[in-house]
Design a protein around this ligand. Structure first.
Ligand SMILES: Cc1ncc(COP(=O)(O)OP(=O)(O)O)c(N)n1
Ligand SMILES: Cc1nc(C(=O)O)sc1CCOP(=O)(O)O
Ligand SMILES: [Mg+2]
Length: 213
């Protein structure tokens, strides 16, 4: 890969990862500006309407909407960006994503995966999982805050996103590691009051810098 992917702000702020258009719309109206539609393991033709609607909403709110996994549909419907994991890297056409002008976020879980991710010159690097999570079965151990601090320092100006087990209570300590964004699923979707949880998380992490800042 000779060229870097398009840049995104160093600080993406609160990054909500959700599995439906309904959640995307709710969170946009609540002021979240970095989001991911993460629908797992469904046929592409089944998820295409949701992906198309989510992307249109993202544009309407001038938000950064990343599509997880379904990179062909993200290209087809002009998403802001795509999020891929290490296994996805083995099969996705990264040149097609870059050529279409989409941002690329990559998952990493250790130094070796960071080395691999850096070689692709992505728009951001996600660092996970920081704490135990109930949302996804993880083959590795949680990284904890010490590792997170080390990875963020190593990555320098590369935008970073922390993910995995980040609650409202843990968010301040995660942000104190210098990471530019906290990605959350259950802290919002499983909250007794999602609106209040989102408001608190936005107050802690911000909505992210403007793209042209
Ligand atoms: C912001 C962010 N970080 C990590 C992930 C995990 O992506 P991946 O490893 O591809 O796993 P799945 O989400 O596809 O199960 C993510 N989605 N978002
Ligand atoms: C989807 C995902 N990816 C992770 C990684 O480490 O790559 S952790 C994770 C789940 C995050 O959910 P919650 O905020 O509920 O813990
Ligand atoms: Mg994936």
């Amino acid at each position: 890969m000779s060229q870097p992917f398009p840049s995104c702000p160093a600080r993406l702020g609160l990054y909500a990862v959700v599995d439906s258009v309904e959640w995307i719309e709710r969170l946009l109206t609540a002021g979240v500006r970095t989001l991911q539609l993460r629908i797992k393991d469904r046929p592409a033709e089944e998820v295409e309407p949701a992906i198309q609607q989510a992307i249109a909403l993202g544009h309407a709110y001038q938000a950064r909407l990343f599509i997880n996994d379904y990179w062909q549909l993200a290209i087809k419907h002009h998403a802001y960006g795509v999020h891929l994991g290490q296994e996805d890297l083995d099969v996705a056409d990264l040149e097609a994503i870059r050529h279409a002008g989409l941002r690329l976020g990559l998952s990493t879980h250790d130094d070796r995966e960071i080395d691999r991710a850096l070689a692709f010159q992505p728009s951001y690097i996600a660092l996970g999982h920081i704490f135990p999570t109930q949302t996804k079965a993880m083959p590795s151990a949680p990284q904890g805050l010490e590792q997170l601090t080390r990875h963020v320092a190593r990555l320098g100006t590369m935008p970073t996103v922390a993910i995995g087990g980040i609650s409202i209570e843990r968010a301040p300590a995660v942000l104190a590691c210098g990471v530019g964004s906290i990605a959350v699923v259950s802290a919002i979707t499983q909250a007794d009051d999602w609106r209040a949880a989102t408001e608190t998380l936005l107050a802690l992490a911000g909505a992210g810098e403007d793209d042209d800042a």
